[in-house]
Design a binder for this molecule. Sequence first.
Ligand code: SF4
Ligand code: SF4
Length: 208
Amino acid sequence: MLITQLKDREIIESLICGKAFVINCHGCKEVFFDEKGANELQKELMEAGKLTGILTTDYICNPENMKLRLERYAKQIEEADTVLVFSCGVGVQTVSEYLADKRVCAACDTFALPGYQGVTPLEYDCDQCGECYLNLTGGICPITACSKSLVNGQCGGAKDGKCEVNHDMECGWERIQRRLAQVGRLDVLKKCPVQVRNYATYKDINKE
Ligand code: SF4
Ligand code: SF4
């Protein structure tokens, strides 16, 4: 299982450059999630004219179902410069892959809780690190897409795009750089301060 917590309000607001389209996932994130806080924030953003629409659904980690649902909101998504996703890290990655040309941001951090994980087909992986980095990495998780879980960029060992640890795997940081270039956000990596990972938020459920 997992716990999803809202990022600080200031952080969420800073993610919206112009207008945003909001996606709420009511799948497994409901455990301990501040639904009231999220609703109030979204209501205020809507009244301030900062949202083009809101889609509330469940299990956005299922790419097929999610695709069908998003198609109905194509116009509102087109009008938004940011898609703000209130879900666990897997949900954000699924949306980010589908809307590859769009700026997709995570409004929540995902923490681990031992137990059943829901019905996600797990196309994408989230290690529930408790401090979601997807807003810096174009929606590709640096914890699971990089063999060393590096959060400040490439180790320099990749050869022909393959990871030096696992030659069968594409270097996660090359993928991140390509994605950021695709959405015109390479400057994020240049401008952001060095990330110091807070392991206090991380609980390795595999070791329990
Ligand atoms: S950075 Fe990766 S592991 Fe951490 S919460 Fe986000 S998706 Fe999950
Ligand atoms: S080669 Fe790429 S994916 Fe592999 S450890 Fe280095 S940065 Fe991470």
